[in-house]
Every structure is written in C-alpha cells, then in structure tokens.
Design a protein around this ligand. Sequence first.
Ligand code: MEV
Length: 327
Amino acid sequence: MVTSSAPGKVYLFGEHAVVYGEPAVPCAIERRARVTATEREDGLRVHADDLKLDGFTVEYDGDGDTRPDVEAERPLVEAAMGYVNEAVSQVREATGTPEAGFEIQIESDIPLGAGLGSSAAVVVAAIDAATRELGVELTPREIADRAYRVESAVQDGQASRADTFCSAVGGAVRVEGDDCRTLDGIGNLPFVIGFDGGAGDTGALVAGVRRLREEHDFAADTVRAIGDVVREGENVLGTDDYESLGELMNFNHGLLSALGVSSRSLDTMVWAARDAGAVGAKLTGAGGGGCIVALDEGDDALTALKYTPGCEDAFRAELDTEGVRRE
Ligand code: MEV
C-alpha cells in the first residue's frame, strides 16, 4: 500500500488562453489530494470520501461500461471516474503491467471542479502512488506528462499542461505550450480564496471558448489579450508591486468574463473582495462556478467574502513549494 499526495492550485493568470499556446502562471497551494493505491488481483475499486460528492465507493472492471451507483451529480461522478480510469491506464503503460488491478482510496481537501485543480492533484497523486506500489518510481516531470495525457483524454484533447505540471512540481510555474518551468523567488503571495460551493464543467467551458474563438476574430483577440496580460504580469512577479499584479488580475477576469466563463456568483465574490480592498480579484480555473482568487495583504477581503451571500467558504491559501510526494 502506498499513499502519495499532490497540491491543488490557483491561476494567478492565464487559464483558458493557455489551451491555445498563450503563457499561464498557476501557483500550487497548500491544499492536497491524497491517494492510496493497493495492488489487487484484477479490476479497479475506488473509494472517494471527500470530493464534495458526499462520498462514493464504486467497483468496476475499468472498461467504462459499469456506472457507479451513487447519490451525487452524475457529471461530477463521471468526471471523477474518468480521471481515475485514465490514470490507471497510464500506470499500467508506465509499469508494463497491462493487467494490474488496484484498490484506490482518494481523500481530498480540494473541492471537485471548483477551479483549484482537484482533478490534476488526484491524477498526479494516483499515478505516483500506483506506480510506486508496483515498484516503479517516476520523476515529477514524467508524472506531469502522464497526468497531462489523462486530462487531455478526459477533456477530449482540449487540455493544457498547466494544472498537471503545477501539481506535480509545486510552487509557482509558467507554462506555454510544451514549455513548462518553475518560477523561483516568487515568495508567498497574499492569496484569498472565495468558494461559491459550486462547480464548473471544465470540458464544456473549454469547448465553449474554443467555439467562440473559431467564430469571432474578437474572441481570438481576447484570448491573445490574456496572453499579453500574462506577459506583462511576468515583469511584475517577484517584486512586491501587488498593486500592479492586482490590476492585471482584474483585467484578466474581465477578459475571461468576455469569453463567457464567469458566473453571477463568481462576479459577486470578485466584487466583494475588490470592494473590501483587495488589490485584484479574478476567477480561477475553468470558471462557470467554484472559486475566485483575490490578492489582499490585510484581512478585509477575507472577512467580506465570509459575509457575502453565495460565498460558501473563504480562506487564505499559502503557496505550496512542494509538488507530488510520498506520504
Ligand atoms: C482548468 O483548470 C484550466 C483550463 O485552462 C483548462 C486547461 O488548461 O487544461 C481552463
């Protein structure tokens, strides 16, 4: 039995546009998914206690035909099972054991589908735990690469390397196409997270942006403009010029809104944080619902979010410099 964990993340800048080759800067945060893998004779048995799914256990042979019998939103469960299924395929390929069976236990502090990189963290931790269980140790970059293939498969080929690379290596990272780097000397940014209790369907949201971009030149320009915001943000990162960083986060949120991936509750939390004095606030991740990230050195944005109708949870998030690790 091997347990591994991997962190979630927030996007300082660049989600969605990163799918089209623009740069993005996700930052790992100290909220983790922990996955325990135990080899078994055949098939796959998955337990997940805390994915905001009210807990589920499902046993199936991994052929994708058997549906879990659980009381939870079907798309969320299917998405979770899709990720685990594909992760196990990657483990079988990496270890040269096409028939390997596993018992997989998932525990996570990261709400599912809420923009904090829960699926990437589960996939990264699952690949690490299950390969180690079979006596194979992959490097964080190899895990990131295999986890990226999982996300691509589940999201119909529409995924960037950003979430999975960030979760595998930790810290603040920069991803542009296949070029993935860690950013040193960023330090702890004063992140405040607001969570509306909901989730977005990443595949559908990414597909929506793709359609807009194909239909309208101005949508393609909007995606490029997000890339420009990121490039400008990179010049400010590493300094303590939070005002400029915040202004660029606000710009980034406006551009994501124009692409149709914000929501009323995300906008409400963004404005609550800004009104309370946050220097910047934006949605994080695919959008549609879930989380916003604000930058505030004081306590006011956090307090305001706690009292904002529609905000279910608000908390500070510290940068996690460690990526995937064996527990
Ligand atoms: C989702 O967390 C981030 C997106 O940019 C999709 C991706 O990068 O694969 C929306």
